[in-house]
Write a protein of this length. Structure first.
Length: 298
């Protein structure tokens, strides 16, 4: 990884980690489904505004682009983002970020079975085993990162959805969408998520914003513009400029930011058990990334 990539990787990690903290604060004021529906809607509006304002960016019309991006919007955006936000009613932003860090390990494991050019090696098996062992350790200890005690299994089940669906979405995009424009893909994903989540939110929980304060609205805007829109754009930029391996280093930054932010602003805690689980996960992902770096020149 070049030193030029470091500021961009740290910035993206800060954007994602701080968005988790903002989201956990917000679920204390919004219904989780209402919050995530408003968040993706705001991001979708920004995407639409760019199409309207930019002369060199025509509205996407290719049929297969829309089909594949709609699939990703529903199963790679709407479902995992909703599940992730709901999980924050049971888990701290810190513990959620630690568990999500295992996603690269799950992606490598799934890719072995779903992609022809990805095969497990002894090194990747060790990395995957360590990362999953860290997640299992956290679950068995009942770690929540919350001061009020042991948590519910529901929180862990909910956070498993973005862990696996996010990995499946990555593989789906690699298999079917390598030749499409990244901004077009991201835009249609947001449009699809908005169309799915707005009616679902209205039917399931209504639209009551009576408990939302100015700080709550601020957290919503921050998460939508910085985490959902800005984070997506910076992630695409990092991959394009520095490569996928360098971009994946963001996974090491997000838990640090989320845990520090949660402790400082939300009275979350960080236990020895969380440290042990985090250590196993980070070591596992490091081993996997070392393997990818070693084979990438080929």
């Amino acid at each position: 990884m070049s030193t030029q990539a470091l500021p961009f990787i740290v910035l993206l990690g800060f954007m994602y980690g701080s968005t988790l903290v903002a989201s956990r604060f917000s679920v204390g004021q919004f219904e989780p489904l209402t919050y995530i529906a408003l968040r993706v809607t705001m991001a979708a509006i920004v995407h639409a505004a760019i199409y309207l304002a930019a002369r060199n960016r025509p509205w996407p019309r290719e049929r297969w682009l829309w089909i594949h991006a709609l699939v990703l919007g529903l199963f790679g955006t709407a479902l995992p983002m909703s599940s992730m936000v709901i999980s924050l009613t049971y888990l701290s932003s810190g513990i959620a970020s630690i568990l999500i860090t295992t996603s690269p390990a799950i992606t490598v494991l799934m890719a072995h079975f779903l992609l022809d050019d990805e095969r497990l090696t002894g090194r990747t098996i060790i990395g995957i085993s360590l990362a999953l062992a860290g997640a299992i350790l956290l679950a068995l200890r009942g770690e929540t990162g919350l001061a009020e005690g042991a948590g519910s299994t529901v929180g862990y089940l909910l956070v498993m959805v973005p862990m696996f669906m996010g990995s499946a979405g990555t593989i789906y995009a690699r298999k079917y969408m390598k030749n499409f424009d990244a901004f077009d893909v991201a835009s249609i994903r947001m449009f699809a998520a908005t169309v799915a989540l707005i009616p679902l939110s209205l039917l399931a929980v209504g639209f009551d914003l009576a408990a939302v304060t100015s700080l709550g609205y601020g957290a919503l805007v921050y998460a939508a513009l910085v985490g959902t829109f800005g984070g997506t754009m910076l992630a695409f930029y990092n991959i394009k400029r520095f490569g996928a391996t360098a971009s994946s280093m963001t996974a090491y930054v997000v838990p640090v930011v989320a845990n520090i932010g949660g402790i400082l602003f939300l009275d979350e805690i960080f236990t020895r058990g969380m440290l042990a689980g985090t250590g196993l996960i980070v070591l596992g992902i490091y081993i996997i990334n070392r393997r990818q770096k070693a084979v990438s020149p080929k």
